[in-house]
Design a protein around this ligand. Structure first.
Ligand code: SF4
Ligand code: SF4
Length: 127
């Protein structure tokens, strides 16, 4: 496709794990979204300790910093809105997360993809 990036390197510069290894090249095995959602191992690789920038499910910093995304508009789909209790969670609540609360917060949510054990693994890795 056409080059829309020009001299910009914001996504490369701001990726916490240096997963964008060259323009247009992502090493998926280093991406926080892969590590926290798709990787099913019992433990996250120790080389990423201290580099997760507090992300426990996905990341998308590369999207947040991309100047092109300033043209995006907020969605109008109510089913995308987070559970109201989710917005009240503090750091201690996350570390104390129980399976019961997980099931309530993430009913019908894509976060269930990690299952409770996967999300706990991710949260524990941030300690
Ligand atoms: S989602 Fe996060 S970790 Fe993955 S490439 Fe983008 S900035 Fe890097
Ligand atoms: S932040 Fe956006 S415009 Fe800049 S290099 Fe990355 S993809 Fe291209």
């Amino acid at each position: 496709m056409k080059d829309y990036c020009g001299t910009c390197t914001k996504c490369i510069d701001d990726c916490p794990t240096d997963a964008i290894v060259a323009p247009y090249v992502v090493d998926g095995s280093k991406c926080i979204s892969y590590l926290t959602i798709e990787l099913k191992d019992e433990l996250l690789p120790s080389e990423f300790r201290g580099k997760m920038d507090n992300w426990a499910f996905g990341c998308d910093i590369c999207q947040d910093v991309c100047p092109w995304n300033r043209f995006s508009t907020p969605h109008k789909e109510s089913r995308f809105n987070p559970h109201e209790n989710l917005l009240k969670m503090n750091k201690a609540d996350w570390h104390d997360l129980t399976e019961e609360v997980f099931q309530e917060l993430f009913r019908k949510s894509a976060v269930k993809r990690t299952k409770f054990d996967g999300l706990k693994r991710n949260i524990d890795f941030l300690k």
